[in-house]
Each structure stands twice: as C-alpha cells, then as structure tokens.
Design a binder for this molecule. Structure first.
Ligand code: FES
Length: 107
C-alpha cells in the first residue's frame, strides 16, 4: 500500500508524495526528491539532520520516540516540541495523510 504524505517546507510550499508502506519517512522524502532533509547518517539515528516538525493533528497518532531518537534530538538545531527524526518514523497505513514541516536548516 502506498502511504500519502505531505511535506511542507519552511517557506510554506507543500509537496504531496506517496511512498511504500514499511519505508521510513526520511526514505519517502529521499525517494521523492523532497528537499530539506539531509539524513547524513543514512537513517542510523546518528545525525539528527532528518528532523521534521510533525503537524499537531498527527502528533498523537505516530508511535512515541525511543531513547536513541530522544538522545539524538538533543543535538538537533531549531528543535521544537513537535520535532521528530524522520528516519525513525516507519510508514504504516495509519499514517496515510501524515503532514510534516521541514526546518529551515538541518545541522
Ligand atoms: Fe541521521 Fe535520521 S538520518 S538521524
């Protein structure tokens, strides 16, 4: 099943993409050429350059973050309450329609 996603960039431009179930949110962005997610470590939860801001309506619907994600987010610039690492969010049918915003900078 393809999972529909919306990536909004820091300027407000929206990009609707679809990605296969089982991929990560980071991989979905990468596969579709969505800018704004660097993912320097390739999804190993070791860089924090795949940070996204999860739309408020979706926050309760995505699985809670694990310790490694929480620790790595400590290093993320521009962290917000709704920050998550896109490589740690696995796409499931429940996330069809998920909307996230990419930060202005990743570093
Ligand atoms: Fe490096 Fe997500 S890609 S932490």
């Amino acid at each position: 099943m393809a999972i529909n996603l919306v990536f909004v960039d820091a300027s407000g431009e929206r990009r609707a993409v679809a990605a296969p179930e089982g991929r990560s949110l980071m991989e979905a962005a990468s596969l579709s050429g969505v800018p704004g997610i660097d993912a320097d470590c390739g999804g190993a939860c070791a860089c924090a350059t795949c940070q996204v801001y999860v739309d408020a309506a979706w926050l309760p619907r995505i699985p809670p973050m694990g310790d490694s994600e929480a620790n790595m987010l400590e290093f993320a610039a521009n962290r917000q309450e709704n920050s998550r690492l896109a490589c740690q969010i696995k796409l499931t049918p429940e996330l069809d329609g998920l909307t996230v915003t990419t930060p202005e900078f990743q570093f």
